[in-house]
Design a protein around this ligand. Structure first.
Ligand code: DX5
Ligand code: ZN
Length: 229
């Protein structure tokens, strides 16, 4: 088992109580989640609106988790510095939202954060083929972004597997992250396809038995997937 790749859990605040993010961050950390995932939405790139850098900054005082900031906003380059200064450890932009993607990714690293790029379900992998050296994380959306609680799109399994092969062939050690519809049932599928970071909103913060049970259920599913390899 020791050679099994590490799979990390990234609970998404989108499904937490918006009146009590500090408690949600604490519960996620106590349950052993390594990342805390922030879904930043502008009402333009996606239909929904959530929060901005002030929220990241405020929570920085409450958590030592890796702050994984997923920008679902147009022209994300306008806000990179602000999110980095607010305490984001990883800043992920959408390839569809940034015209000069390579420059945007380089800027994230210049600001001291790790650079992530995300692809909507319909966006082909070749959109990022030439920026692989510039990324620390590749986020494959497994739903169309905008809302929590949507169903996993099964066709994305093929995309995750191809992304895994693409990163491995390039010798990249970027994290391969998946986001949307991740739960106890889909976790074994995405882990076997090569995902290494699992974003989960409703499966963690909406778990009927609480946050700890939600994280543990995902861990158990990871473990079972790896046992059966
Ligand atoms: C979707 C967001 C996700 C969302 C996932 O736009 O990027 O991070 O919180 O929610 P679940 O896990 O409920 O599908
Ligand atoms: Zn997200």
């Amino acid at each position: 088992m020791s050679e099994m790749p590490l799979v990390l859990i990234a609970p998404s605040l989108l499904s937490a109580d918006f009146a009590n993010f500090a408690q949600a961050a604490r519960q996620a950390a106590e349950a052993g989640a390594e990342f805390l995932h922030f879904d930043v939405m502008d009402g333009v790139f996606v239909p929904n609106i959530t929060f901005g850098p002030q929220t990241v900054r405020a929570l920085r005082h409450h958590s030592d988790a890796i702050f994984d900031v997923h920008l679902m906003i147009v022209q994300p380059e306008r806000y990179i510095e602000e999110f980095a200064q607010a305490g984001a450890d990883i800043i992920t932009v959408h390839a569809e939202a940034s015209t000069h993607l390579q420059r945007t990714l380089a800027r994230i690293r210049e600001c001291g954060a790790r650079a992530g790029v995300s692809l909507n379900p319909a966006t082909p992998l070749n959109a990022i083929e030439y920026v692989l050296p510039d990324i620390d994380l590749l986020l494959i959306m497994t739903v169309n972004p905008g809302f929590g609680g949507q169903e996993f799109i099964p066709e994305m399994l093929r995309k995750i597997a191809r992304a895994r092969a693409m990163l491995d062939e390039a010798g990249s050690d970027a994290w391969l992250e998946v986001d949307g519809g991740i739960n106890g049932a889909t976790t074994p599928l995405v882990v076997r396809a090569g995902a290494r970071v699992l974003v989960a909103g409703s499966a963690v913060f909406g778990h009927p038995d609480g946050v700890r049970a939600g994280v543990e259920e995902l861990r158990q599913a990871v473990w079972e997937a790896q046992e059966r390899v």
